[in-house]
Write a protein that binds this ligand. Structure first.
Ligand SMILES: NC(=O)c1ccc[n+]([C@@H]2O[C@H](COP(=O)([O-])OP(=O)(O)OC[C@H]3O[C@@H](n4cnc5c(N)ncnc54)[C@H](OP(=O)(O)O)[C@@H]3O)[C@@H](O)[C@H]2O)c1
Length: 300
C-alpha cells in the first residue's frame, strides 16, 4: 500500500524567489532614486550560533545589493554602550534597518535595547510601536516580525491567497513568533487558537487545525496523531539533537516522519521557515528604506 505523503513546502525556493524580487527592487532604488538600503546587525559576545546567523545575514544582505554593517561588541559590553551604538545607528542615514542579535548577555536589558531602536528602522518588528500596529490591524504601517511573515507566506503559497474561515492553531505564544503569527492569521480571517504550555489537551486542540504552526522549541512534540488529515503544517522549531549514530542534527517541533503521513503539506527542518526568516528580514529593510524616503514601491 502506498502511504499518503505530504507536499514538502520548500522554504529555500520561496526565499530565493523573494530575494530575486528584492534584488530588482534594490536595483531600482539605486538606479532611479539614488538610494541603497542598508542593514546594520549588532552582535554582542561570541556565541557561535549567533555568529553564524550574523555572518549569513551579512552575506545575504550584500547578495541582494544592499549595504551591510556588522558591529561586533565584546561579551562584557555595558547596556549604556550598546544603547549609545543603537542611538548612533538611529541617526545614521546609510542605515535603514537595525537588528540587535538576541539573546543578549545578562548585564544588558533586552526590553531597553528594543525600545531604543527607532521603530522606523526596527526590521525585527519587536518594538512596541510595531507590535501595536500589528495587533491593531495597522499591519501595512508595521514592520512585522520576520519569522511570522515567513510562516504566513509559506501558508499562502500553498493554500492560495484566501485563508478566510480556516481553523488555525498556533503552538507557542512568544512575542517573536507565536503572537505575531496569530495576529497575521487573524488578519487573514482565520479562526485562530493560540496554545501554550498551560493548554489542556494540546493534541486535541491541534487536531482541529486546517493550519498548524508549531513554535515551541521541543523536538518531535507534534505527532502525526495530532494532525488533521490534509492540514498545512508549519514547523518553526529549531532543535539540536543527537541522532542514533551519535551525530548532532537539527530537527523541528514536529515529528516529520509521522506528520508526513497525515498532513497535506509540511515544512522541513532545515529548509522550511529558516530561509524565509532571513529573506523577510531583507524585505523589511527594503520596506523600511522606502518608507523613510517616501518612495512608493510595488508590493514585494
Ligand atoms: N526558523 C526560524 O527562523 C526561527 C525563528 C525564531 C525561533 N525559531 C525556533 O522556534 C522555536 C520557538 O521559538 P520562540 O522564540 O517562540 O520560543 P519561546 O520564547 O521559548 O516560546 C516557546 C513557546 O512554546 C510554548 N510551549 C512550551 N512547551 C509547550 C508544550 N509542551 N506545549 C505547548 N506549548 C508549549 C511556551 O508556552 P509558555 O508561554 O506557556 O511558556 C511558549 O509560549 C524554537 O525552537 C526556536 O529556535 C525558529
Amino acid at each position: 500500500m502506498t502511504e499518503p505523503a505530504a507536499q514538502i513546502l520548500d522554504g529555500k525556493a520561496l526565499a530565493a524567489r523573494l530575494c530575486q524580487r528584492l534584488q530588482s527592487a534594490v536595483a531600482t532604488l539605486k538606479g532611479e532614486y539614488g538610494q541603497q538600503p542598508g542593514l546594520a546587525v549588532v552582535l554582542v559576545g561570541d556565541d557561535p550560533a549567533s555568529e553564524v546567523y550574523v555572518r549569513n545575514k551579512g552575506l545575504q544582505t550584500t547578495a541582494v545589493g544592499m549595504l551591510s554593517f556588522a558591529h561586533r561588541l565584546p561579551a562584557d559590553t555595558s547596556e549604556a554602550a550598546l544603547l549609545k551604538l543603537v542611538r548612533e545607528l538611529n541617526q545614521d542615514d546609510r542605515v535603514h534597518g537595525i537588528l540587535v542579535q538576541l539573546p543578549l548577555p545578562p548585564q544588558i536589558g533586552q526590553p531597553a535595547v528594543i525600545a531604543a531602536i527607532d521603530p522606523a528602522k526596527d526590521v525585527d518588528g519587536f518594538h512596541e510601536v510595531n507590535a501595536g500596529r500589528l495587533m491593531t490591524g495597522a499591519t501595512v504601517r508595521a514592520l512585522v516580525p520576520c519569522t511570522a511573515q515567513g510562516c504566513v507566506m509559506l501558508i499562502k503559497e500553498h493554500r492560495g491567497g484566501n485563508l478566510a474561515g480556516l481553523e488555525a492553531v498556533v503552538l507557542g505564544r512568544s512575542n517573536i513568533v507565536g503572537k505575531p503569527v496569530a495576529h497575521l492569521l487573524l488578519e487573514e480571517n482565520c479562526t485562530v487558537t493560540v496554545a501554550h504550555s498551560r493548554t489542556r489537551d494540546v493534541a486535541e486542540v491541534c487536531r482541529r487545525a486546517d493550519i498548524l504552526v508549531a513554535a515551541v522549541g521541543r523536538p518531535y512534540l507534534v505527532q502525526g496523531s495530532w494532525i488533521m488529515p490534509g492540514a498545512t503544517v508549519i514547523d518553526v522549531g529549531i532543535n539540536r539533537v543527537i541522532d542514533d549514530a551519535g551525530k548532532a542534527r537539527l530537527v523541528g517541533d514536529v515529528d516529520f516522519a509521522s506528520a508526513c503521513r497525515v498532513a497535506g503539506a509540511i515544512t522541513p527542518v532545515p529548509g522550511g521557515v529558516g530561509p524565509m526568516t532571513i529573506a523577510c528580514l531583507l524585505r523589511n529593510t527594503v520596506v523600511a528604506a522606502c518608507r523613510q524616503r517616501n518612495i512608493e514601491m510595488a508590493a514585494l
